[in-house]
Design a protein around this ligand. Structure first.
Ligand SMILES: Cc1ncc(COP(=O)(O)O)c(C=O)c1O
Length: 400
């Protein structure tokens, strides 16, 4: 093998880039499993269901009929139109398909938005707890994340008061996520409206990650930016995608909606980076976005399963760890609960505690450190009822 230079000088673009704080824990989980230990994995960030058959078949059919070439960078016109219909809400019933950019996962849509709207000297407000990639995505755009949090009693959701306190004239955007990964908190329509009014007054863009919008346990679709008056939704980029709603994480399809001039610039950026999202995946998502009533029932069954698991984990937490503070998950598939009263000299933070829980209880959770709040851990309920029950009993025992 050719020798490599020992000291690579990294560019300013990535000098501060950190690998995810979850890696130490997931590496340990893998090592223990390889050594034959029985590990219950409650750390997954993806549905445990396979992609529904009707969606996979549409992807396979596309490959078989030769739909394997480039598409326009922003996506197939019919996929952009279907995504626009999927995102439309009574307050914004006719969305322009020219505002949709189809991406390789919601992650690329987030990158496109941040890189296109923000740059050196700009600050981006990032409410805590945040999805683990947000700070790094902001830094990749060479902007600076500014963290803020609402009160614990409000599930950490932020309002105009916290936003105003964190604001200065260099703030260019606010990166929101409702339903939230990791907390499952969901902004009400009134809360979203208050945030959007504040943003409009301060001329701040909202990048609204609504990827878990259809995994909402209080109704069909969680309130989102497009439920607001069109004038308020104008200075926003709405991020959504197929990964969670349709159990399609590996197909890599996301999309964004914004005013068409911004969409065109994001598509231009993408055209120089990855071009279009994979063509067969676009055909598969087209089927997912326009299901028959029978196919819709298959999708609804996943939401029903997640809702019943949400009820199970909340009731188990109350029974097994009645003193643990937690955010009641109204959406997504995570339970975020506090463990800092179990910290001691051996495990002084969430990473060490999660390592201890894997070793002692054989259960993998994600440390809150990865989401900007070291007092917590995240349990994913994208797992079977049996694993959830056994896993939570083991965790409670190890902590007692
Ligand atoms: C809040 C949030 N946004 C975006 C993503 C990325 O989604 P995708 O796999 O479509 O890139 C995830 C995945 O975990 C997520 O939890």
């Amino acid at each position: 093998m050719a020798a490599t230079r020992a000291n690579v000088i990294f560019s300013e673009n990535v000098r501060k880039l950190q690998p995810s704080a979850t890696i130490a824990v997931s590496t340990l989980a893998k090592e223990l499993r390889a050594a034959g230990r029985d590990i219950i994995n409650l750390s997954a960030g993806e549905p445990d269901f396979p992609t529904p058959g009707f969606i996979s078949k549409a992807g396979i059919a596309a490959i078989e009929r030769g739909a394997t070439r480039y598409t326009p960078a922003a996506g197939l016109p019919e996929v952009r139109a279907a995504a626009a219909r999927f995102l439309a809400r009574p307050a914004n019933p006719e969305l322009d398909a020219g505002g949709v950019v189809v991406t390789a996962g919601a992650k690329q849509a987030l990158f496109n938005a941040l890189f296109t709207l923000t740059g050196p000297g700009d600050r981006v407000l990032v409410p805590t707890p945040y999805w683990t990639s947000y700070p790094e995505l902001v830094r990749l755009a060479r902007a600076e994340p500014v963290f803020l949090a609402g009160p614990e009693s409000r599930g950490y959701k932020v309002g105009p008061e916290e936003l105003e306190e964190a604001w200065d004239p260099s703030v260019r955007a606010l990166l929101m996520n409702s339903p939230s990964n990791p907390s499952g908190a969901v902004y009400t329509l009134a809360e979203l409206e208050a945030v959007a009014r504040w943003a409009a007054d301060r001329d701040v863009w909202i990048i609204s990650d609504e990827i878990y919008g259809r995994l909402w346990y209080e109704g069909e679709v969680a309130p989102g930016l497009l439920d607001l008056d069109p004038a308020l939704a104008e200075q926003a980029v709405v991020i959504n995608g197929a990964s969670k709603t349709f159990a399609m994480t590996g197909w890599r399809i996301g999309f964004s909606y914004s005013v068409p001039s911004l969409a065109a610039k994001m598509a231009a950026l993408q055209s120089h980076m990855t071009s279009n999202a994979a063509t067969p995946s676009q055909h598969a998502v087209l089927a997912a976005l326009s299901p028959s009533s029978e196919e819709r029932a298959e999708l609804d069954a996943m939401v029903t399963a997640f809702r019943s698991r949400r009820d199970l984990v909340v009731s188990l937490l109350g029974e097994l760890m009645p003193h643990a503070a937690f955010v009641k998950p109204e959406g997504a598939f995570y339970l975020f609960f506090r463990v800092d009263d179990h910290y001691n000299d051996q495990h002084a933070g969430s990473i060490a505690l999660c390592q201890h829980l894997i070793q002692e209880a054989g259960v993998a959770l994600v440390p809150g450190e990865a989401f900007g709040d070291d007092r917590y851990v995240r349990l994913s309920f994208a797992a079977s009822d049996q694993d959830l029950e056994n896993g939570m009993r083991r965790v409670a025992e190890a902590l007692s």
